[in-house]
Ligand binder design. Structure first.
Ligand code: HEC
Length: 119
């Protein structure tokens, strides 16, 4: 009787552990990842635009004032420039998918509005 109870409790503990582990593994797949744009940015843009700056052409930063000054403060404008490139900035057409370009444009605008604070 007691052994039977122990086995039952043991089974529930194992089931619980398996459930917790699988939740951890499957969470990123089950839910949309809000940090998608940030991942694209860090992998493709940060080399030149670290912290929202511009290491190649100093005045063309990704800060809100610069984006407004150069008419780049919209999703459409950023998507167009990332897709086709401009001067020293390479085109990302073929390298990034259209939805990745939209994600990164949304991220850039959100960060610009947020003053490029971490997080
Ligand atoms: C090799 C360096 C380089 C990389 C990589 C790069 N950029 Fe740029 N970016 C530039 C340069 C140079 C400019 C200025 C272009 C110009 O107007 O002459 C610029 C301009 C911009 C602007 C407009 C800024 C303004 O103030 O007018 C945006 C927005 C932008 N980049 C976004 C991105 C995004 C998003 C990525 C990644 C997908 C990216 N860039 C990758 C070099 C780069």
């Amino acid at each position: 009787m007691l052994t039977e109870l122990r086995t039952k409790v043991g089974k529930w503990i194992i089931a619980g552990v398996v459930l917790i582990i699988s939740m951890g593994v499957f969470t990123p797949i089950a839910y949309a990842d809000p940090s998608l744009g940030s991942k694209v940015f860090n992998a493709n843009c940060a080399a030149c635009h670290i912290g929202g700056g511009n290491v190649v052409q100093a005045q063309k930063t990704l800060k809100l004032e610069a984006l407004q000054k150069y008419g780049m403060d919209s999703i459409d404008a950023i998507v167009a420039q990332v897709t086709g490139g401009k001067n020293a900035m390479p085109a990302f057409k073929g390298k990034l998918k259209a939805d990745q370009i939209t994600d990164v444009a949304e991220y850039v605008l959100a960060q610009a509005n947020n003053g490029w604070k971490k997080g």
